[in-house]
Write a protein that binds this ligand. Structure first.
Ligand SMILES: [Zn+2]
Length: 306
């Protein structure tokens, strides 16, 4: 998170190889895909473990994860290698966008881990951000379509994620097809939640207003009185450091784009050595997906929905 279409809109202009566009764009959803694992009619026994693993990946310093994904990808050959590299690139892009947008979202909504209401606010805010950005970009793609990718490619990447995750955790967290199943469930959830003319959203709003389901269902329209994209350049504070900013979403996107060039450079000049790891470590700078240095707590916020 932020929500799927924000990641999609940010990444769609950064596709390098048209052949692997879809798998790259799916990868740009990062570990968020794992949040949807088990939302299916079929019961998946390890649902809880896999959902929490998605959250875990958001909470840690991800240096080793990316380093190990690259090491795995570069051991392969031919097309398989290219697919895995594009996937890893997208996975890192997800992180880079998350860590930059999240402080802005947290500042405006509070911290979801501490309070159920803030958690709902967080979801509403990210969903509305999606809608505001789609309008601004004149884009109309559905969530379900934005994440659709080639089954064979996803299965390859699913095996990579399982291998890297399990060796990182020193136990079996993911099976080879867990990520693939999470992808299927992600698409199913979007099918259930979204509708072109916003009919489902109207129903959710009316009957399940304060439910996570409603926060996930993308709003068709957003309240005009809330400046989700910060076009008015209001001042907001970094929730951890208290540092002031008046960046709007467009400017934050530009910042992230500069970061993506650094990881591209690392990837396209990849060598399996300690220097590569150091470079990733420097880019990550001990910051997790929340955009928070691991040794700091978030303290500053102003609830936009007050
Ligand atoms: Zn995320």
């Amino acid at each position: 998170m932020p929500a799927a279409l924000t990641h999609y809109l940010f990444s769609k202009n950064l596709v390098k190889n048209d052949k692997y566009k879809d798998i790259f764009l799916l990868a740009c959803q990062g570990p968020d895909t794992l949040f949807f694992y088990g939302y299916n009619i079929k019961k998946r026994d390890d649902k809880k473990d896999i959902n929490s693993f998605g959250f875990y990946l958001h909470s840690i310093n991800p240096t080793d994860l990316y380093h190990n994904m690259l090491a795995y990808a570069f051991k392969k050959d031919g097309e398989e290698k290219e697919i895995l590299i594009e996937f890893t690139r997208g996975f890192v892009y997800h992180y880079l966008l998350d860590r930059t947008i999240h402080p802005y979202v947290f500042y405006n909504t509070g911290f979801p881990y501490t309070n159920k209401k803030y958690n709902l606010n967080h979801g509403f805010f990210e969903g509305s951000l999606d809608t505001a950005l789609m309008k601004k970009n004149n884009c109309n793609i559905s969530n379900r379509k934005a994440i659709k990718a080639n089954k064979k490619y996803i299965k390859l990447c699913s095996t990579m994620i399982a291998s890297v995750a399990n060796s990182m955790m020193k136990k079996e967290i993911l099976k080879d097809d867990s990520y693939y199943k999470a992808y299927k469930d992600f698409r199913l959830v979007r099918l259930i939640l979204d509708s072109k003319y916003g009919i489902k959203k109207t129903i959710f709003n009316k009957f399940f207003h304060n439910s996570p389901m409603n926060t996930l269902s993308q709003p068709r329209n957003i309240k005009d009185n809330i400046d989700y994209l910060n076009d008015k350049k209001s001042v907001w504070l970094n929730p951890a450091s208290g540092e002031e900013s008046n960046c709007n979403i467009e400017e934050l996107f530009k910042k992230v784009e500069l970061d993506t060039r650094i990881i591209d450079n690392i990837i396209y000049n990849y060598k399996d050595n300690i220097v590569t790891r150091k470079k990733i470590e420097k880019l990550v700078n001990n910051i997790n997906h929340d955009g928070k240095p691991l040794n700091m707590n978030m303290r500053f916020f102003s609830n936009i929905y007050r």
